[in-house]
Design a protein around this ligand. Structure first.
Ligand SMILES: C[S@@+](CC[C@H](N)C(=O)[O-])C[C@H]1O[C@@H](n2cnc3c(N)ncnc32)[C@H](O)[C@@H]1O
Ligand code: SF4
Length: 357
């Protein structure tokens, strides 16, 4: 049963939507010192307590007020799949029972968590399992933070390591949940908590030019990944409807703005779809786009087929030729083999299945 359904009575307020200053004010309103607000803030954000009663050092009057007027929403790992390559894919249950996915990816010294930012996605890209689900709601900052928190615990338990990197490459479009994503980043980077430096956090977008500029204006040291997948407008329109209102020309300008304004890393993500975007001409177009934007790296990604659509991964010889062409022409490109192939690896596959079961 979703946690909130048995603990949260109508009218109760979600304590994790309040800032540190707000919690100090709530403490004052209970007739206790403002510092009690700090104790609560630290416990619910950095220690991950799962009830108000579990917060050490809370004054009784403050605890009573919290128990009557507020609830502490819990996010929990509902199920997980372990891949032979070490990747662990988790279905996360939110306090209202909705499900999202998060993935733990160990690779050398890196321990990366891939987080979701929305339940479903409104952008409906043709190759993506999440794109076949309706967008049900945006995640709140604490729900994004908790994915990293829970998978950090899992990383310690399974690999005796802490999370080093966070990528917003799970379900949903992070730039369409801008405020909560940035609030989550604020908490994820907190040195008293998860302490993941912004330069180790990557926001991936299907390409919303206005929001790429907004991210640049925000000024944080976050990395940006653009999911390109086709370097001409006709093909990109076919698989990514967002391209109809955010053309490659507009995206190029937005990337230039982002690069000039922040100096942060930008990567291009390019899934190779068999006989769709993997020809020598496609590689030429990609190279030309790359040369005109301030991009550090092209990630050539192996496609994970999904049930909803007939796209297949590019064949090995086409994949190798595509990557070779980019490298021989001086591009900084990297071929990424799919992780977690023996589990439901494609974004949205696992939570989508559990949601419908
Ligand atoms: C799921 S999206 C989430 C972030 C954001 N909405 C975006 O599109 O960049 C993260 C990345 O996964 C890629 N992706 C989606 N479905 C995939 C699949 N079946 N196989 C491989 N990559 C996939 C997307 O193209 C994107 O680059
Ligand atoms: S690729 Fe990204 S933007 Fe496109 S449907 Fe999937 S989650 Fe949404």
């Amino acid at each position: 049963m979703p946690y909130a359904m048995y603990l949260c009575r109508p009218g109760m307020k979600n304590i994790r939507t309040y800032s540190r200053n707000d919690l100090q004010d709530i403490a004052l309103s209970a007739g206790v010192k403002a510092t009690q607000g700090n104790v609560l803030f630290h416990a619910i954000w950095n220690l991950g307590v799962r009830s108000f009663e579990a917060v050490e050092g809370l004054n009784a009057a403050f605890l009573q007020l919290l128990l009557t007027e507020y609830f502490l929403p819990l996010t929990q790992i509902q199920s997980r799949q372990h891949s032979k390559d070490g990747t662990i894919k988790c279905v996360i249950q939110l306090h209202d029972g909705l499900l999202v996915e998060s993935v733990l990816i160990p690779a050398g010294k890196r321990m990366t968590v891939c987080v979701s930012s929305q339940v479903g996605c409104s952008l409906s890209c043709k190759f993506c399992a999440t794109g076949f689900m309706d967008r049900q709601r945006n995640l709140l900052a604490h729900e994004i933070h908790d994915q990293v928190f829970l998978l950090n615990e899992l990383a310690q338990e399974q690999y005796a390591a802490r999370v080093s990197n966070v990528v917003f490459m799970g379900m949903g479009e992070p730039l369409l949940n801008f405020r909560e994503v940035l609030a989550a980043v604020e908490r994820i980077q907190d040195q008293r908590g998860l302490s993941v430096a912004p330069k180790r956090i990557t926001v991936s977008t299907a390409g919303i030019a206005k929001m790429i500029r907004a991210l640049a204006d925000d000024g944080r040291k976050l990395n940006l990944a653009l999911s390109l997948h086709a370097a001409n407008d006709r093909k990109r329109n076919e698989i990514m409807a967002i391209n109809e209102t955010n053309s490659l020309g507009e995206l190029k300008d937005a990337l230039e703005y982002f690069g000039a304004r922040t100096g942060n890393d930008i990567t291009l993500e390019y899934i190779l779809l068999r006989n769709f975007n993997d020809s020598p001409e496609d590689a030429q177009e990609l190279l030309e786009f790359y040369r005109n934007v301030p991009v550090h790296l092209i990630n050539i990604i192996e496609y994970n087929p999904i049930d909803e659509v007939a796209f297949l991964p590019s064949e090995k010889d086409r994949t190798d030729a595509f990557a070779q062409y980019l490298l021989l022409n001086g591009a900084n490109a990297c071929l990424r083999r799919s992780r977690g192939k023996d589990i439901d690896a494609a974004c949205g596959q696992l939570a989508g299945k559990e949601q419908t079961e």
